[in-house]
Design a protein around this ligand. Structure first.
Ligand code: SAH
Ligand code: SF4
Ligand code: F3S
Length: 438
């Protein structure tokens, strides 16, 4: 048996794809290893979303080639979004044998066969159909409690800053029967939580001659598998999250009370330039709707600081929106100009780096304060936590998530991963709830 080692960068979809890749590689006679030095095949599953993500990979290619010096038959490959974006530029470096895009993983066995020292192989064709629906991911996730299931691939939006539509291709939804089958299968194998994944899950749509399945329908089907199976999903798009989805969540106790709803900016002028297809008022109305139906729903977001032409006034609107909504948590980024995107072709990346960073720091400082407020508001409540494993800080204690996605640590002798616990929250930091068994 040959051995394959894969490093994964970027989003959860890449983590999932790495499992798909291992399943395909198994057919080609490769088993997984965690040790790069002993691998016959070393790969990075890469991300292109920001420039620093790509810079990191160039460094890793150097490291892989150092390891190859000690093991000359080692093959080096780049897969994922950066493979798609840079295509033969990666081969030109002569430091990789294999370049495979996100829709071409089925051709890995054939490509691996064809590699010769002077003949690197590339397949970066994007597909309108590929969803890997029939490939059972290897499930190398550590805890054995929560599984991720891809329900769609690609993206049909053209947010002007974003490279994803170019690296992942057009949006396509996976057959709901194969999704439900996979969820049933992981539940039978002891998993207690599934997270349904897509760039914009709200636009999930599957049609056959006999049925039309929306995201709300799919959520209801997965939630009906068993009340002891928790259901999560990401990412929601503010322009597409429907009342039907919000009401379906409310109707099922086992659909977790958490929505990741990236706002990107609080300024309607910026949102229009970003081509997000909603404005500040629309976003705030969606938040109000969610909170009116599920007052306890956790809300998290993504924010970009310093997009093209952003003024201090635009920036203050982002801060005031964050103040008003009070997100539990946020991913916050400085805008990174990506070659080939609409913004790159038609706008000026004209906010100086120091201004971008200062605005980003203000956004981060505000969010830290808000997170602490949101976590503090949980003190005194009793929440249901799904135990994931020992706490990282203190192995005597357990950790797991509340329905609203907040991480919680608490002492619970006798409980094990996969158990549900009623936990009384007694204290917190800005990222962790601290509690005891209720
Ligand atoms: N599909 C999701 C997000 C995918 S990318 C959505 O529509 O929200 C994850 C996050 O990366 C985005 O939400 C955005 O905040 C950030 N991002 C994407 N492109 C970026 C860029 N060029 N510069 C900085 N951040 C970016
Ligand atoms: Fe990118 Fe927009 Fe698609 Fe999200 S919805 S992946 S930000 S283009
Ligand atoms: Fe990155 Fe590709 Fe995901 S660009 S964020 S790995 S879809």
């Amino acid at each position: 048996m040959k051995k394959a080692y894969i490093e994964t960068y970027g989003c959860q979809m890449n983590v999932n794809d790495t499992e798909v890749i291992f399943a395909i590689l198994a057919k080609a006679g490769y088993e997984r290893t965690e040790q790069m030095e002993e691998a016959n095949l070393v790969m990075a599953n890469t991300c292109s979303v920001r420039d620093n993500a790509e810079q990191r990979i160039w460094g890793r290619i150097e490291v892989f080639n150092q390891a190859r010096k000690k093991k000359p038959d080692m093959l080096v490959g780049i897969v994922g979004c950066m493979a798609e974006r840079l295509k033969d530029k990666l081969l030109d470096t002569r430091k990789v044998d294999l370049v495979v895009g996100p829709d071409a993983y089925r051709s890995l066995p054939r490509l691996l066969e064809a590699i010769r020292p002077d003949k690197p192989q590339i397949d970066v064709l994007l597909s309108r159909e590929e969803t890997y629906a029939d490939i059972t991911p290897v499930r190398t996730d550590k805890n054995g409690i929560s599984a991720f299931i891809s329900i769609m691939r690609g993206c049909n939006n053209v947010c002007s800053y974003c490279v994803v539509p170019y690296t992942r291709g057009a949006e396509r939804s996976r057959d709901p029967h194969s999704i439900v089958r996979e969820a049933c299968d992981v539940f039978q194998r002891g998993y207690k939580e599934v997270t349904l994944l897509g760039q914009n899950v709200d636009s999930y749509l599957w049609k056959s001659e006999t049925e039309t399945v929306t995201f709300a329908d799919l959520l209801a089907r997965v939630a009906s598998i068993d009340p002891a199976l928790r259901v999560r999903f990401a990412t929601s798009h503010p322009k597409d999250i429907s009342d039907e989805v919000i009401e379906t969540m409310a109707a099922h106790d086992n659909i977790c009370r958490h929505i990741h709803l990236p706002v990107q900016s609080g300024s309607s002028r910026m949102l229009a330039l970003m081509r997000r297809k909603y404005d500040r008022e629309w976003y705030l109305e969606r938040v109000a709707k969610i909170r009116s139906v599920m007052p306890d729903c956790g809300l998290t977001t993504d924010v970009i600081a310093g997009f093209c032409s952003e003024t201090e006034e635009d920036h203050r609107e982002t801060l005031s929106l964050m103040e008003e909504v009070g997100f539990d948590w946020a991913f916050m980024f400085a805008y990174s100009d990506r070659p080939g995107t609409l913004a790159n072709r038609t706008m000026q990346d004209d906010v100086p780096a120091d201004v971008k960073n200062r605005r980003l720091n203000e956004i981060i400082a505000l969010q830290n304060r808000k997170s602490l407020e949101r976590y503090r508001a949980q003190i005194g409540k009793t929440v249901t936590v799904l135990v994931e494993g020992p706490s990282k800080r203190n192995p005597e204690e357990l950790c797991g998530r509340a329905s609203n996605n907040m991480m919680c640590v608490f002492p619970a002798p006798g409980l094990k991963p996969g158990d549900y616990a009623q936990v009384l929250i007694t204290d917190c930091t800005s990222a962790t709830l601290i509690g005891k068994m209720a």
